[in-house]
Design a protein around this ligand. Sequence first.
Ligand code: NA7
Length: 536
Amino acid sequence: AQAAATDTFDAIVIGAGMSGLYQLIRLRELGLRTRVLEAGTGVGGTWYWNRYPGCRFDSESYSYGYSFDPDLLKEWNWTEHFAPQPETERYLNLVADKYDLRRDIAFGARVTAATWDDADGSWTVEMEDGSRHRARFLVTAIGVLSTPTMPTFPGIEDFRGQSFHTGRWPKQAVDFAGKRVAVIGTGASGVQTIQEVAKTAAQLTVFQRTPNWCAPLHNGKISAEEMAEIRTRYDEIFRRCQETISCFLHTPDPRNTFDVGAEEREAFLETLYAGRGFGIWVGNFKDMLTNRAANDEVSRFVAKKIRERVKDPRIAEMLIPKNHGFGTRRVPLETRYYEVYNQPNVTLVDSKAAPIERITPTGLRTTEAEYAFDIIVYATGFDALRGAFDRIEFRGRDGVTLKEKWQDGATSLVGMMQDGFPNLFTLLGPHTALGNIPRSIEFNVDWVTDLLRHMQRHGLARAEATPGAVARWMDHVMETARGQLALEVDSWMTGVNINVAGRQQRIVARYMGTAPAYRAWATGIAERGYDGVALR
Ligand code: NA7
């Protein structure tokens, strides 16, 4: 139930997804009276909202779960190498139950504003229903891809069939059997949705603006014996995740693409293509994402695979990206995605050549044709990284909002603190390390917790990043982006979203260094007694 108006807590956490849940556990250890404010009716965040068919992560399950509690590792069984959304949602509900987290979470509680009161040294958080809460510390656990964006074309409201955004999928299962279905968008969410919908829909029409380079997931069931074996290796698995560049089990091969002969190179790429998970993206030759010729080699290889898998050469060409190289955008992992286009019930439409003009009551119209649909699925993505922050009006020490402060691009100290915004901790804020995200979440939560513990020990009430430390960190962020081919491509990773005003320019939207480098920077701050953080 919603807490009464103007309740005062020691700490408020916004969001009860993976980071909010873990942050709550840690804040309790500090003895802080904490309230978690969650807009949804259940825990899970990403795994609560994204219920679309086929939704799953592309991290190996056993590298994705929390690592902090040996007991939890003993108790929980993953049933697939890449668990589907319902399993992960169940897992996060088990975590909420096991640690009795729900008593400190308000559900259906959407935060609209948060204002720092400098005299009082606390945050006042305003809710959609007009109630307010106060706390000395405010932690955002609002996610990276949590603000869905709809296309801007007219008529969306007029559609008389059913329509859904993948990131706001209803709890009741949607039945596609016998239906004429449109899927708009072919990012990671679209690709997963298309694979599933194609199984039962009478007709599936896919509207693709930009093809993405997809690669096989190679999922599989985990037997009880296999799970028992995995369990004995948890230490090793999590150690590995600490060493790799983006906390996956995969990490770049130490060789450059042209260090090896053509035959050996081809064999290596074949191995990666046959392997599980992100190997072909994250475990490829180390120059694959910085050297254009190297990148061309991998693109050529994957294009060949697409041509082999798609029977109609014209469709195969439509599915092969022409304007960006392999891995310079997020690589959707797939299970028989390309084969879907061999099915008689599936049609691929190039919506760059023939843009969608409007949604009509009965379907949609492109510049070339009119289509009738029973169901329209918007797999059109999110206002990534920034969107969740822009939806809340954070007002800092000088009365400036975070949105205003970030007008020319988000800044931070290690993505987690902002100058001018005391006692605000932004887990997974702009320019934190992403990748296999639970590993980053555990690190970031522990970092914030350690800082709060340090403050408790020294009787300190305020922490704020210094402008100098922010500037040094941002220089480092820009430095890590140098020479990366991904920066030449529009995607959520470069901050571009065609559906959101002010998101048309490519920027360094995410941290592009390695996760170990990120952690070293953040740990260095702590080890130097919070150098760069003004404490009083
Ligand atoms: P993405 O990767 O941002 O994909 C969105 C897709 O929707 C992409 O294919 C877009 O085409 C397409 N799109 C967006 N707006 C339109 C309009 N107006 N018309 C036609 N097509 C449109 O989002 P996802 O949800 O798939 O994945 C996000 C991340 O979540 C993913 O990387 C995972 O890590 C988890 P475009 O490419 O812009 O031409």
